[in-house]
Design a protein around this ligand. Structure first.
Ligand code: IMP
Length: 441
């Protein structure tokens, strides 16, 4: 059975958690491979809401193998709080395994994230201030602290000293901050090590074993393609690679272990933080969609920028991820609009037209979307469970997207609940067992 990668095909917040949760029920393992607690997954199950930041979405299934892979950056305070909360609510967390090679977010990473944004002023990235960028920077500079370091006091202390040394200047404003005390950090992180030790493993081998036994493994991405460090709207991106190729690097499997790549997109667009967003809606309509879609960050509570569906960007995301399937979420949010627009081309300042995502930052910053206007629908669709139960105009909307991108739509979200999902024929053909199980749920 295959390795399936689930990735965001926009700027994050596409509803990957719900889709992973649905597929995870039948899968044997769920693996997170990049990002950290800058991500936020909301899962609604049996009327209960779960907000997860670091935990793989499969954690709600008792004993399921849930891996935090080597490519993830871990804030141990957040992870241990999340573990405590899950246990308090009666969830069996024994399936959680944490890669000994994953990097730790340290107190100074949080300070540097804040300081970096303050310094950039108007040019700030709008990060989640969770220390993600500085942590990945230390990893690349080879002065990062890894999970395995928490298990050895001497090594941990040495490595913290080495990591702090080149940051002296940048950290000067925090010189008296008790969070920078070497002994205090060491003790705090050793305590995390003791707390997490039962979960720490060579997770690469665990995932190999599953794949070699023919089990199904879901690789759960965080953020989205356009926030990719290499292929996104740099510098307004995150510091990891949220695209499918990263599933291999961030978990230790090879490209041949990946059989399918599912891209998740909302039926419209959102973006948090700064950076270009050619289809952004500033006015009343944007506000209406924001309210209807509950477009406020799971992680930071920030309100999200909202816009029409950008098919130029989505086609780009489909290509860089080799998408084999598309999932369109939150289609219900568009209900009631007289017409629905989709962006099929960009127009630059000088009138130049772009059918493809422009590589040049200055060009992209000044493009606006050109649209095809499709008829809307007024019927509520939250109760639909098959494509036939969707209004014709909603079906036409999906067909337009599918045709433009050239990737089949396998599933459509029609509301926040896990049962509020419509599998298409293509979806049933792709994963027959899962589709029927999810439909019955
Ligand atoms: P960082 O990942 O905290 O460094 O933030 C860099 C950029 O990525 C900012 O624009 C954030 O708003 C954005 N970002 C990071 N994580 C997410 C996410 O899970 N959803 C949406 N945007 C995100």
């Amino acid at each position: 059975m295959p390795g399936i990668v689930i990735v965001g095909a926009q700027w994050g917040d596409e509803g990957k958690g719900k889709i992973t949760d649905l597929l995870a029920e039948q899968a044997d393992a769920v693996v997170r491979f990049q990002g950290g607690n800058n991500a936020g997954h909301t899962i609604v199950r049996n009327g209960e809401t779960w907000k997860l930041h670091l935990m793989p979405s499969g954690i709600l299934y008792p004993g399921k193998l849930c891996v935090i892979g080597n490519g993830v950056v871990i804030d141990p305070k957040v992870l241990t709080d999340e573990l405590d909360e899950l246990r308090r609510r009666g969830v069996d967390t024994s399936g959680l395994k944490i890669s000994a090679n994953a990097h730790m977010i340290m107190p100074y990473h949080l300070m540097l994230d804040d300081a970096g944004e303050a310094k950039l002023g108007k040019l700030k990235i709008g990060t989640t201030r969770r220390g993600i960028g500085p942590c990945y920077a230390d990893k690349a500079s080879r002065i990062g602290i890894r999970v395995q370091d928490l298990l050895d006091e001497k090594i941990l202390k040495q490595k913290i000293v080495a990591a702090l040394e080149p940051k002296r200047l940048a950290l000067r404003p925090f010189a008296r901050d008790p969070r920078l005390d070497l002994q205090a950090i060491t003790e705090e992180y050793l305590a995390y090590g003791r707390r997490l030790s039962e979960h720490i493993q060579d997770t690469t081998r665990l995932v190999w074993d599953k794949l070699d036994a023919g089990a199904s493994v879901i690789f759960e991405g965080a953020q989205g393609a356009l926030l990719d460090l290499d292929h996104g709207t740099y510098p307004f991106v995150t510091s990891s690679n949220p695209i499918a190729a990263s599933a291999c690097i961030g978990s230790g499997v090879g490209p041949k272990d990946i059989d399918e790549v599912w891209g998740i997109t909302k039926a419209y667009g959102t973006r948090v933080g700064s950076g270009p967003f050619p289809t952004e809606l500033d006015g009343e309509l944007g506000e209406e969609l924001r309210q209807r879609g509950g477009e406020f960050g799971t992680t930071t509570g920030r309100s999200r920028r909202v816009g029409w569906l950008d098919l130029v960007a989505l086609r780009y995301a489909a290509r860089i991820n080799s998408l084999t399937a598309l999932v369109v979420t939150k289609l219900d949010v568009l209900t009631g609009l007289e017409t629905v627009k989709v962006c099929t081309r960009y127009r630059g300042e000088d009138g130049a037209e772009f059918d493809h995502f422009p590589y040049h930052q200055s060009v992209l910053h000044h493009t606006v979307g050109e649209y095809v206007e499709l008829p809307g629908w007024s019927e509520e669709i939250g109760e639909a469970r098959s494509v036939d139960e969707l209004p014709q105009n909603a079906r036409d909307y999906l067909a337009f997207v599918e045709q433009f991108i050239g990737v089949p739509v396998v599933m459509v979200g029609v509301g926040p609940g896990r049962e509020q999902t419509v599998w298409t024929d293509a979806g049933r053909a792709t994963v027959p067992g899962r589709a029927s199980a999810a439909q019955a749920a």
